[in-house]
Design a protein around this ligand. Structure first.
Ligand code: ARG
Length: 284
């Protein structure tokens, strides 16, 4: 157990001083959002989606980030790419280095170059167009100086080595087994440089053991909280933005001294995405 984890585990919540670190975020307004194809079990093209409600819910999320002191940049949404709102999938950015995304499904393929072009235009000069399929921060989550990497549904395991070489940071592979939790960020969230929360049943027994070994004091989600995408969360070290229906997680986070903010993104959930999926962190 590392020192900050000991503190987190042993001090009562009210004594815990959680510090928010302002972040630079990238988001994509869901102007062209719809569910016109199905590439995960949440997506039902026959069911209606309210685009203006999706935009409204997304605007509220963006405003909450701004109110909490974060900076939010936006990339222009492209027609014909309804899932482009899920900016987390657009790349992985650590130490100013940009690992481009190469999507598993044809429906999203064009998003990879679109996001990479934005980074080029914004002056990021260390960019890698990847050899292997990887869906950005959907499957790559940085916890301090370690990268947790998902595989099983989308990101090719060979990409994990590609990411390790590119970023020069240790990458830990984790295998997902539940198709409703097809990206790592649907089953695990980073709370601070040393703390995470996750739903064990989304992982193979071996990956569960790895997580127990690395994060013995992790917040464990219930099946009910995982099912409402409660783990698709963003944390600045103090404030945790997550789906409002994840009431168990909200209580657990509060008990650990975090400030949870419940968010309603019901329309985007119809495509299998929520808070974290809409948010890409630009780490300089
Ligand atoms: N419909 C999108 C897909 O299946 C949702 C992506 C959600 N993004 C995420 N970071 N989990 O690819």
């Amino acid at each position: 157990m590392s020192y900050p984890e000991v503190i987190a585990a042993e001090r009562p919540a009210q004594q815990l001083q959680r510090t928010a670190v302002p972040r630079r975020l990238l988001m994509c307004r869901p102007r062209h959002f719809e569910v016109s194809y199905s590439i995960n079990p949440w997506m039902h093209p026959e069911k209606p989606v309210d685009n203006s409600l999706a935009v409204l819910q997304w605007e509220r999320l963006r405003e909450l980030y701004l109110a909490l002191g974060h900076s939010v940049e936006v990339i222009d949404p492209l027609p014909g790419l309804p899932d482009m709102v899920f900016a987390a999938n657009g790349a992985t950015v650590i130490d100013g280095k940009v690992l481009g995304a190469r999507f598993r499904h044809l429906e999203r393929t064009a998003e990879g170059p679109a996001y990479l072009a934005w980074f080029k235009q914004r002056g990021f000069d260390e960019l890698l167009w990847p050899e292997y399929v990887n869906e950005g921060e959907g499957d790559y989550l940085a916890v301090g100086r370690r990268i947790l990497a998902g595989t099983g549904f989308r990101t090719d395991q060979r990409s994990h080595y590609e990411a390790q070489e590119f970023f020069g940071l240790p990458v830990t592979s984790l295998t997902l087994v539940n198709p409703r939790h097809y990206h790592l960020d649907t089953a695990l969230a980073v709370l601070s440089d040393t703390e995470i929360m996750y739903w064990p049943a989304a992982f193979t027994p071996g990956s569960q053991a790895v997580l127990r070994e690395l994060y013995p004091n992790a917040v464990l989600a219930s099946a009910a909280d995982a099912a409402v995408f409660g783990l698709n969360a963003f944390s600045d070290g103090r404030n945790v933005l997550l789906p409002q229906s994840a009431s168990g997680l909200i209580a657990q986070l509060r008990a650990r001294g975090f400030h949870p903010h419940g968010v309603d993104l019901s329309e985007l959930l119809k495509a299998g995405g929520s808070v974290k999926c809409c948010t890409l962190e630009l780490r300089d």
